[in-house]
Design a protein around this ligand. Structure first.
Ligand SMILES: Cc1cc2nc3c(=O)[nH]c(=O)nc-3n(C[C@H](O)[C@H](O)[C@H](O)COP(=O)(O)O)c2cc1C
Ligand code: SF4
Ligand code: SF4
Length: 260
């Protein structure tokens, strides 16, 4: 059996990373290493003879553009891929299929795939959407899925089989995103810099006060979720309307799905 597992993920608010770590625990291999694509990777990586767990959040039914660019820098040689799309309880649309296409194009062989639910980036106290997910039930399923992958790796006859995942080509069209970003309450901000560190696109800088370049912002909401002083928040109509709709129409709990 291949002895090493790589986790490769884009995960601004950590839900995708959490799911991958739990699956890796279930697979039970000792050597685990991480390639975090949330902050841009400079070099192209080649991964040989490994099992790679790829994880992305779903943005507008697709693989986030920033993640897709980064993923294309990871090339596989004789490596097997497990693909995970984590979505905020609306839908994953074409994201899992797109992830499969990207990684297979780079030389990986898909052996299993799954979708999980993570707290929605736009979730707030007023409009909670999939709050605290992945929860205990999700993480138990992730670990069990890892155990199934372990069994699969020990069964070469099953490993050779191909399978489809849901989704359509051409993928869902992406409309134009408005240039908006979270804002800062300067009364609460102590300029600790956490938001600057977690921002995947370097959209935030400290120039006497915290300033955000909305043109670079992908609305991942990492700055909002990680700010220790609750000084970052969304005040745009765009996020407010989206959160209201999600809360109204997508509150019914969805469950992880598995494909092998
Ligand atoms: C710009 C944007 C678009 C999103 N689009 C979707 C979507 O189409 N469907 C969905 O269910 N969740 C959507 N989400 C929610 C994320 O997929 C979800 O919060 C995920 O858990 C975030 O992953 P992370 O914690 O690894 O960053 C979107 C989030 C953002 C920021
Ligand atoms: S994380 Fe919050 S408190 Fe810290 S600098 Fe950013 S906005 Fe200010
Ligand atoms: S400024 Fe935008 S891109 Fe940067 S962390 Fe905040 S929401 Fe994400």
């Amino acid at each position: 059996m291949t002895q090493k597992v790589h986790l490769v993920y884009f995960s601004p608010t950590n839900t995708t990373k959490k799911v991958l770590e739990e699956i890796a625990k279930g697979i039970g291999l000792e050597q685990i290493s991480n390639i975090d694509l949330t902050k841009p990777l400079q070099l192209t990586e080649e991964i040989s003879d490994r099992i790679v767990l790829f994880g992305v959040p779903v943005y507008r039914g697709r693989v986030p553009a920033e993640a897709s660019e980064q993923l294309k820098k990871i090339k596989g040689r004789n490596s097997k891929a497990v693909l995970i799309a984590v979505y905020g309880n609306r839908d994953y649309d074409d994201a899992l299929l797109e992830l499969k296409d990207i990684t297979e194009e780079s030389g990986f062989k898909t052996i299993a795939a799954a979708t999980f639910i993570g707290e929605h980036s736009f979730s707030t106290e007023q409009f909670p959407i999939a709050v605290n997910r992945p929860d205990v039930s999700d993480l138990t399923k992730a670990e069990q899925f890892g155990k199934k992958i372990k069994n699969l790796l020990e069964d070469p006859a099953r490993l050779g089989k191909t399978f489809d995942v849901p989704g359509n080509r051409p993928y869902k069209e992406l409309g134009v995103m408005p240039e908006v970003s979270p804002v800062t309450d300067n009364q609460k901000c102590d300029q600790c810099g956490v938001c600057i560190d977690v921002c995947p696109t370097n959209a935030i800088l400290l120039d006497e006060a915290i300033k955000t370049n909305s043109a670079l912002c992908i609305l991942c909401c990492a700055c909002v979720k990680y700010c220790p002083n609750e000084a970052r928040y969304n005040d745009s109509d765009f996020v407010h309307t989206a959160a209201t709709k999600l809360y109204t129409f997508c509150s019914k709990r969805k469950e992880p799905e598995f494909f092998m």
